[in-house]
Write a protein that binds this ligand. Structure first.
Ligand code: ATP
Ligand code: MG
Length: 261
């Protein structure tokens, strides 16, 4: 299998903060790769660069054989990359279905304007988008609340809505940034099942998650960051037994204990 995503010596600086330092790794099509590390390790920063929200300070990112690190972010989704956000980004006054449709419009050939002006071709595309949106709402189990305003949904359902919206664009690579944050035990287990079902559809998935049960269960490979640096990469088992990984996590717990004293 060829590499779908290649991160080559990527560094990101925010003023004096080095959020990512010389990170290199690649991952094969069809895999689920977990990205873990203590708070502030640089996980979301790396996701933001893969989705071209901002460019790396140094290094290159390649997706599906194309260099993508200097592309404007609107060109990323059409290449086949979709994501969800750590801090949810849903339109609270729109219905669940409309939220998923919006994700598709920004990705459509005819675009929002031609849909608004009902130009030729737009109607057919609109129908297709509607069908795709429904399909994904059913997939995540939100069809019963399709007409409910998103602002009225509990957190667990909002996370599913973000997943549906990302999936509706039919990505090759799906980035999930803490998709289980704030979910209870059962919801987290159900989310793990869903991620594995998405994998079965042939979608490659890059998962940032603090819930270790979820990460260890869904990931083929895990990349570990600490203070901006990649400190380990391997199978879930390899990473769990890695001395530097254990130290990085224990170190954080000790610091937290000190704070709480
Ligand atoms: N847009 C930004 N501007 C300035 N500093 C930033 C920005 N984004 C991230 N940082 C800084 O970069 C470092 C890494 O942050 P990042 O959000 O990538 O960590 P993270 O691993 O996702 O953490 P968490 O698990 O808490 O979400 C932190 O010091 C953070 O304050
Ligand atoms: Mg983060």
């Amino acid at each position: 299998m060829p590499n779908l995503l290649e991160v080559k010596q990527v560094t990101k600086k925010f003023g004096g903060v080095v959020a990512n330092k010389d990170i290199t790794f690649s991952f094969e099509e069809g895999n689920v790769v977990g990205l873990i590390g203590p708070n502030g390790a640089g996980k979301s920063t790396l996701f933001n660069m893969v989705s071209s929200i901002f460019p790396p300070t140094e290094g290159e990112i390649w997706f599906d054989g194309k260099r993508i690190d200097r592309l404007p972010s609107y060109k990323i989704a059409p290449l086949g990359i979709a994501r969800t956000f750590q801090n949810l980004q849903v339109f609270k006054r729109m219905t669940v279905l409309e939220n998923v449709m919006v994700g598709l419009h920004t990705n459509s050939k005819s675009g929002i304007l031609s849909a608004a002006f009902k130009l030729p071709g737009a109607k057919k595309e609109e129908q297709k988008m509607y069908e795709q949106a429904w399909e994904e709402l059913k997939f995540v189990g939100l069809e019963d609340v399709a007409d409910v305003e998103a602002g009225n949904l509990p957190l667990g359902k909002l996370r599913l809505l973000e997943l549906a919206r990302a999936l509706a664009t039919r990505p090759k690579l799906l980035l999930l940034d803490e998709i289980a944050a704030g979910l209870n035990h059962n919801e987290t287990a159900a989310m793990s099942d869903l991620i594995l079902q998405v994998r079965k559809r042939g979608v490659s998935i890059f998962v940032v998650e603090h819930d270790m049960d979820l990460v260890m269960r869904v990931s083929d490979q895990i990349v570990v960051l600490d203070q901006g640096e990649k400190i380990a990469q391997g199978t879930p088992k390899e990473v769990q037994n890695d001395r530097r990984v254990i130290e990085a996590y224990l170190g954080t717990e000790e610091e937290e204990e000190e704070v709480s004293l």
